[in-house]
Design a protein around this ligand. Structure first.
Ligand code: UTP
Length: 404
């Protein structure tokens, strides 16, 4: 289908009309965008069955006690894999951090009190702990978005990668997804520019492929990829014990989890869905399921995910072509009205489309839940104050001996 045909087929004739008033250069740029658009994604809001759930049941995993009993063995296996160059890390830093409300990329946020300590800096410092313990560097791939790529790269350069060798760091830019109004019409943020935003953290692998970095990993002999979020300042990256346990399990992926602190805690939980590992969101659990207990008295759905996954590289390549569910989110999207004025709506006016990394767990086919201690490994910076905020993360860092 040509761009024009696609626009007509998907009911986007208003775009053709808009093109009439664009300069040749503007039109060319817009067409370049449209030619790589995932048109099917645009219609996801019409298909709620896209996200229908199968039968949910509890999953068993390694508890903290299980891990403690075999820590040395797991560490040895994991550290060996790191030394052999089989482990890489992917930092997801393409989000917009709207809740934190800082215009800069989230990793540039200064979490220090008496000295500057940027989130990126803290993450590199956490990774260096592993480099020292295992005796080898872990290649680090950093995903940015079109909105924050230049700023992020410049920040790393300015700070000399916080001591991490240049040869071990590569950046790539995640794909963008368009926004539509409640009738499904593409919104514009400038005359010839679609309203675009990062397409969710589930797009990391396809974006890596587009950048040719899956081949780069294969060349380096990478077999395991540890993917993690930018905003957990206690994140343990390429943790050899986690790597070792996942390799030993023979499963295709692993997920770090923390025990939920109460049945209705707002965190996604790892479970089985029609027999396959899966993550369900807190709001998808019925009251009964949220409170269900196992024979030993623990909550049946208590493995909260913290966005730290280990994926088998070969399996990722195999599932790359499979469809990952598209989540449709209602948002306030600034847009140009027909008169060409930029409107910043006060209420939600459109849909954004996202894919989520947690949906990849199911596609991987098998997953090892790996329980870690919340107070030592989970300090997310989502909000400025209150729960999961700069304040709570600072307190947890201090508790773990980090000088702020
Ligand atoms: P969140 O879901 O917390 O989103 O991201 P966010 O954009 O950082 O923050 P809010 O919701 O706007 O306040 C979890 C992780 O996924 C990354 C984020 O950078 C973070 O590491 N992410 C999210 C991406 O890399 N790309 C995206 O499109 C979305």
């Amino acid at each position: 289908m040509t761009v024009e045909e696609a626009l007509r087929y998907y009911g986007q004739e208003h775009v053709l009309k808009r093109c009439e008033n664009l300069t040749a250069a503007e039109r060319e740029e817009l067409y370049a965008r449209l030619s790589v658009l995932d048109w099917e994604m645009l219609t996801a809001w019409k298909r709620p069955e896209n996200l229908k759930r199968g039968r949910i049941s509890p999953i068993s995993g390694l508890t903290k006690e299980d891990i403690a009993a075999r820590r040395e063995e797991y560490f040895r296996i994991g550290a060996e894999a790191i030394r052999a160059g089989k482990v890489a890390a992917v930092l997801l830093a393409g989000g917009q951090g709207t809740r934190l409300g800082s215009p800069a990329p989230k990793g540039m946020f200064n979490i220090g009190l008496t000295r500057p300590l940027y989130i990126f800096e803290q993450l590199i410092s956490n990774l260096m702990d592993v480099v020292k313990a295992a005796g080898a560097y872990v290649p680090l791939y950093i995903m940015t978005s079109e909105k924050n790529d230049a700023e992020t790269r410049a920040f790393f350069e300015e700070h000399n990668n916080f001591g991490y060798p240049q040869s071990e760091i590569k950046f790539f830019v995640q794909d963008m997804a368009p926004s539509v109004d409640f009738e499904g019409k593409l919104l514009f943020e400038e005359r010839g520019k679609l309203a675009l935003s990062p397409n969710g953290n589930g797009g990391w692998y396809s974006s890596m492929q587009r950048a040719g970095l899956d081949a780069d990993m294969a060349r380096r002999g990478v077999e395991w990829i540890n993917v993690f979020a930018v905003d957990n300042v206690l994140q343990r990256i390429a943790d050899p014990v986690f790597v070792g346990a996942t390799i030993k399990s023979g499963l295709m992926s692993g997920a770090k989890v923390v025990r939920k602190c109460e049945p209705r805690e707002r965190v996604g939980v790892l479970c089985l869905e029609d027999g396959l590992p899966s993550v369900v969101e807190y709001y998808e659990l019925t009251e009964e399921m949220a409170n269900e207990r196992l024979e030993d008295g623990t909550l049946a759905y208590s493995f909260g995910v913290i966005l730290n996954y280990l994926f088998h590289a070969k399996r990722l390549g195999e599932i790359a072509a499979e469809k990952i569910p598209v989540h449709v989110v209602k948002k306030k999207v600034p847009y140009l009205n027909e008169a060409g004025e930029l409107i910043s709506p006060q209420t939600e006016n459109g849909y954004k489309f996202e894919t989520l990394i947690l949906d990849m767990v199911r596609l991987m086919g098998s997953c090892l839940p790996f329980e870690v201690e919340r107070e030592r490994e989970f300090a997310p910076v989502k909000n400025r104050t209150g729960t999961d905020s700069v304040d709570t993360a600072r307190a947890l860092l201090q508790k773990n001996g980090v000088q702020l």
